[in-house]
Design a protein around this ligand. Structure first.
Ligand code: APR
Ligand code: PHB
Length: 395
């Protein structure tokens, strides 16, 4: 059967140009496997989307091995510890000393910019009406391109990298997937501010007013978060209220410490949830990243988990194309879900330890403080936190 002008063929059709889709594209390209990436949003939208900013050692190594490390290594901030702040005292967890690996601070959207800039293969932005079919036989993606022209993409395999709200997971027939989900009674209000970081490292703060996080992007830009209600209205948070709440929650007994403020460049509220589907595969559709799982941001794992998934997928596809060996593809879901559940547990645990419940239940609060004292006083407990935080080696 010949293809018409509006039909194309590729080996791997990738839905979504977030970290999962773009890293997969680069991995496949490096192994001589063809792919086409389809993205619903514009390039500028994807490049401006502010998300988390902690990269595990494994993520940095993988990006570097793909030739994507130049700006990353120039501009990143390398951190060797984090602070846990509670009862107005800061306690440092020396990550590198305990777990042997450092973390990198570099915004997710900067990673996305680097991935797009270095990509010279097919990547179509602003596509609409994306629909997946024939997933167990001859996978096909139909879509309308940016010029409004209906297109058909025939693939050997489809990678569903289109995030939590994408179409890939929804294309799987009812009854195939088991969904595991937990919604939390809180959300994070995040701001990006033109202000120098007030600490050299990240500060995770537990206070009776709620959780707060001090993070950063550069020597002049701070990233800060406040625990709020899931239905919080941003309109109720003028700049001064945000700063005074941050000051109150990040306050410590050390009189020399203060929080630097400055113009707020961006603000948003993000709900917190834990979500996993199992399996992460149906026929020749493989889900990766947020399309298959969401973690609450307290462990800073979302991007790293997406990268770990596509590494497993790229390795499996490489073996399959090289020798027809489908063992890796058959084991894809199981291999990914092992890491996914470890990270789910860690993210849930960090979230539970650091976020007071809305009624400030005294029993919950006593457990949280006990756990915080334990992880900051026992080397064994701190090491467990550290090895999860820096991330286990990639598969
Ligand atoms: N067709 C094409 N693209 C789509 C569609 C669709 N129907 N639906 C969604 N997309 C695109 C989104 O616009 C987005 O660019 O898929 C992309 C998914 O990217 P992310 O949401 O960033 O998800 P992922 O690549 O899995 O990245 C992992 O880690 O830090 C966390 O949630 C954070 O985005 C982060 C994630
Ligand atoms: C961030 O810098 O945006 C960030 C850091 C740590 C987290 C979550 C987000 O746990």
């Amino acid at each position: 059967m010949g293809l018409t002008d509006l039909e194309t063929r590729t080996q791997v059709g990738i839905i979504g140009a977030g970290p999962a889709g773009l890293v997969l594209a680069h991995l496949l390209r490096a192994r001589g496997i063809d792919c086409v990436v389809l993205e619903r949003q514009t390039r500028s939208h994807v490049e401006a989307r502010i998300r988390a900013g902690v990269l595990e050692h494994g993520t940095v190594d993988l990006l570097t091995s793909l030739g994507l490390g130049d700006r990353l290594h120039r501009e990143r901030m390398v951190h060797h510890g984090i602070e846990l702040l509670f009862e107005r005292e800061a306690h440092r967890i020396p990550l590198t000393e305990l777990a042997g690996r450092e973390i990198t601070i570099y915004g997710q959207h900067e990673v996305v910019k680097d991935l797009i800039a270095a990509w010279d293969g097919p990547l179509h932005f602003s596509v609409s009406s994306v629909a997946l079919s024939a997933l167990t036989s001859t996978p096909t993606v139909s879509y309308v391109d940016a010029d409004g022209v209906a297109q058909t993409l025939h693939c050997d395999v489809i990678a569903g990298c289109d995030g939590f709200h994408g179409v890939s997971r929804a294309a799987i027939p009812p009854g195939v997937l088991t969904v595991h989900q937990r919604d939390y009674p809180h959300a994070w209000l995040g701001i990006l501010a033109e202000a120098p970081p007030s600490s050299e490292e990240l500060i995770y703060a537990h206070s009776s007013r709620g959780f707060a996080l001090h993070s950063m992007r550069s020597p002049t830009v701070t990233r800060l978060y406040l625990q709020v209600r899931p239905d919080e209205d941003l309109a109720e948070w003028p700049d001064e209220r945000i700063w005074s709440e941050l000051r109150a929650r990040l306050d410590r007994s050390d009189p020399a410490w203060s929080l630097a403020d400055g113009p707020i460049l961006e603000r948003s509220v993000a709900a917190m949830r834990s979500f996993v589907v199992s399996p992460m595969q149906y026929g020749r559709l493989f889900l990766a990243g947020d399309a298959a799982h969401i973690v609450p941001p307290t462990g800073a794992k979302g991007l790293n988990l997406a990268v770990a998934d596509v590494k497993v997928l790229a390795d499996a596809l490489t073996a399959w194309y090289a020798s027809g060996d489908a063992t890796g593809l058959d084991a894809y879901s199981e291999a990914c879900l092992r890491r996914v559940w470890r990270v789910q547990h860690f993210s849930w645990w960090m979230t539970s330890m650091l976020h007071p419940t809305s009624d400030n239940d005294p029993f919950d609060r006593a457990l949280q403080l006990s756990q915080l004292r334990y992880v900051t006083s026992s080397r064994a407990a701190a090491t467990s936190l550290a090895e999860n935080y820096v991330g286990f080696p990639f598969p």
